[in-house]
Design a protein around this ligand. Structure first.
Ligand code: PRP
Ligand code: URA
Length: 209
């Protein structure tokens, strides 16, 4: 089923790595390595429609005009688990700046609690990639997008790894214009707000906590 403004990155290489990542026997070292690789692979599709501008370049043989990204890029991981995707994205977009948004779910109410914000001052003029491996109830993602909008961001994409239908609906109820890129749309949430089948607690698996 196609959902508006949701881009499912079902490339076979991404899916193979995601399946390895879901495996509960993957330890934090393997989990981090796979997440890093998947995040890098996702960048190709996520950035596909970004504008470029002409740039003159002197090759060893002659002058020509190449293309470069037209706008600066800001990567905004939602702490903590979003950090697990940051290096993979930065390998492909090494000039990107990094903002940080600390949001954590209250484990009883599942409501997002914001505890830290640090963004580049000119973020409003940049292309923003908001990254977090898990989109569960959508509370954390929605709160982060609202904060970015308050900071003046107009061009942003939300990049996650595994999304629940409930979370996609919640984010798009508040922010229908923000594209959601995900490698999987899983079945549902359980009574504790975990994604099924999911991959467990992403932060704990990344950091070994
Ligand atoms: C996880 C995950 C998302 C959030 C998703 O973070 O990384 O940020 O849950 O859930 P939601 O869509 O229901 O808001 P968590 O709150 O566990 O914090 P952590 O990354 O610090 O472990
Ligand atoms: N956060 C996670 O890390 N995993 C889930 O399944 C839901 C929220």
């Amino acid at each position: 089923m196609e959902l508006p403004n949701v881009i499912l990155l079902d490339h076979p290489v991404i899916q193979t790595k995601l399946t390895e990542l879901r495996d509960f026997t993957a330890d934090h070292r393997k989990f981090r390595a796979l997440l890093d690789e998947i995040a890098g692979l996702m960048v190709y599709e996520v950035t596909r429609d970004w504008p470029t501008k002409p740039q003159p370049v002197q090759t060893p043989l002659e002058k020509t005009v190449g293309k470069v990204l037209a706008r600066q890029v800001t990567l905004v991981p939602i702490l903590r688990a979003g950090l697990g995707m940051a290096d993979g994205v930065l390998k492909l977009l090494p000039d990107a700046r990094l903002g940080h948004l600390g949001v954590r779910r209250n484990e009883e109410t599942l409501e997002p609690m914001s505890y830290y914000q640090k963004l580049p001052p000119d973020i409003a003029q940049t292309e923003v990639l908001l990254i977090d491996p898990m989109l569960a109830t959508g509370g954390s993602g929605s709160a982060a997008i609202s904060y970015l909008k308050t900071a003046g961001v107009v061009s942003m994409k939300f990049v996650c790894l595994v999304a629940a239908p409930e979370g996609i609906a919640a984010v798009h109820r508040e922010h229908p214009e923000v594209p959601i890129y995900t490698a999987a749309i899983d079945r549902q949430l359980n009574e504790k707000g975990y994604i099924l089948p999911g991959l467990g607690d992403a932060g704990d698996r990344i950091f070994g906590t």
